[in-house]
Design a protein around this ligand. Structure first.
Ligand SMILES: [Fe+2]
Ligand SMILES: [Fe+2]
Length: 249
């Protein structure tokens, strides 16, 4: 079973994160799944892979009624992001998934039909989750060629997909960062290797500073709160990405 943490709560409006399955299979990257609940309807953000579906569902039913899931957001196409999508459709057959237009003809390989995937244009778009305004923010090449984040201006929570992701050691999988400097060794190799474009990355770092963000939530690793959000953005701005220490000869 995954642990459950409520990040934000205001009457019938909540942000919940599922994290840290103590029984996680070895060799399977750890992931965080987020749920935004608004007026009785639930929106899943990167609900995870096929392998972890039973665990995510068993954890989620402790806090929501899965029949009331009304939408899914997929930051990109990776197997750990939403390869379990067709299993959610077994619960809610009309469920739709919002994803970059670049991936909307690839994602049906995970199931669904021509009505299942809602294409988000490169410039992003506004989404309406049962009366709550959410904004799909472009973050292309971070790391996927068609990559989006989700900003909630009401709670000031920013879901950043693989941006800010940390690969934490099994014996120390903390959910919140204590000390940003001490966190860097767990984020640096991932961002250097997986992010493909300094230009796109720098553009995102500059644009995101226009937003009010109190909590930045990555799909792997630990969550950034308050000043740590901007420490991370400054750090990423200076990082040279798209490089690997081990050159292929
Ligand atoms: Fe990814
Ligand atoms: Fe990921």
């Amino acid at each position: 079973m995954k642990k459950i943490h409520v990040l934000f709560e205001q009457e019938d409006y909540r942000w919940i994160v599922l994290h840290r399955d103590p029984d996680k299979k070895e060799g399977l990257i750890d992931s965080n799944e987020y749920v935004i609940t608004h007026k009785g309807k639930h929106f899943l953000l990167d609900p995870g892979g096929f392998e972890i579906f039973p665990t995510v569902l068993a954890s989620l039913v402790q806090v929501i009624d899965p029949q009331e899931i009304s939408g899914v957001f997929s930051s990109h196409q990776d197997p750990d992001i939403a390869s379990n999508f067709s299993l959610w459709q077994e619960i809610v057959p009309e469920l739709q998934c919002h994803v970059s237009w670049l991936w909307s003809s690839f994602m049906p390989h995970f199931g669904g039909d021509e009505n299942t995937f809602i294409s988000i244009p490169d410039k992003g778009m506004e989404l309406n989750h049962n009366g709550l305004k959410l904004i799909a923010v472009p973050a292309h090449h971070m790391h996927s060629a068609g990559n989006l984040h989700l900003y909630d201006p009401s709670s000031k929570i920013y879901f950043s997909g693989d941006t800010g992701a940390a690969i934490l050691p099994d014996e120390n999988r903390y959910l919140f960062i204590d000390d940003f400097e001490a966190h860097i060794p767990f984020i640096e190799p991932f961002h250097r290797r997986w992010f493909g474009s300094n230009g796109h990355k720098n553009n995102w770092c500059e644009k995101v500073q226009e937003l009010e963000i109190e909590i930045l939530c990555p799909q792997h690793g630990a969550i950034y709160v308050g000043e740590q959000v901007w420490q991370f953005v400054d750090w990423l701005h200076k990082l040279n990405v798209g490089t690997t220490r081990n050159r292929v000869k």
